[in-house]
Design a protein around this ligand. Structure first.
Ligand code: CO
Length: 134
């Protein structure tokens, strides 16, 4: 059911510092910071030859990553995103197999303008899983 790894998201307390780390220390190509107010984050995209890393910094009050950073003040891996062909088919198969979908279970439009869903980390070895329809 799942296809390619679309991205790994890392929550960071200081986006400029983290972007510099990936650009200058790791030698990666990084985007300009992109505010995503509807998602409560500012994102820097790190382009790798086979996938992307997304550096996420909280934006505004009630950011979905604020609590995570309280628990992990240095930052940490927040979620992995797998591609699916049809997000509604994937959701229904996963639910039938016992996985829990977060929120109201309806896909939202994610940071790339495509439908996304999140799966409960307790059902996936402690890792928050995002599905993105491509
Ligand atoms: Co993501």
């Amino acid at each position: 059911m799942i296809g390619r790894l679309n991205h790994v998201a890392i929550a960071v307390p200081d986006l400029a510092r983290s972007a510099a780390l990936y650009r200058d220390t790791l030698g990666a190509k990084v985007s300009a910071p992109q505010p995503e107010p509807r998602h409560g984050v500012t994102v820097v995209f790190v382009e790798l030859p086979n996938t992307k890393i997304e550096l996420l910094e909280p934006l505004g009050s009630g950011s979905p990553i604020a609590k995570f950073l309280e628990k992990n003040p240095d930052g940490g891996m927040h979620h992995v995103c797998y591609e699916v062909d049809d997000i509604l088919v994937a959701r229904d198969q996963l639910k039938a197999r016992g996985a829990r979908v977060l929120g109201d279970g309806e896909p939202k439009i994610g940071a790339h303008g495509k439908p996304v869903l999140f799966l409960h980390p307790k059902d996936f070895n402690g890792a928050l899983v995002e599905l993105e329809q491509v």
